[in-house]
Design a protein. Sequence first.
Length: 125
Amino acid sequence: MESLEIYAEEGRITKEFAFFASQFDEKTLTELRETLRKRHKINGVKFSRLLKTPLMEDLLKSMGEIFSTHPNHNGFYAIRGALISAAINQPEEGWTAIDIMKAFPTEGISIDTELATKMMQNSQF
């Protein structure tokens, strides 16, 4: 997590982050950094309700194909829980994707980089 925070804040790729970064082209890495740095402010209770709507559940299930607690397991519940936790516990300036990852219910996050790249290129995500 620390190496990802360094990349988000400074744009520097540490040796721990280098393998992950090598999976993406420069444009995708730039978009990733922008996504990691973007702050969001939202009422945590209202956001929690929103995440339980059918449309948002479908979106979270799609995201769960990329981010999961274990390979080949959909990360839907883990993502929803982390999003709610980040929104409810957000600092005054708002929460970021890093805050969501810190709230993820397991130490590790399995990321399907191939599917993530494909979805970003096809604008399906």
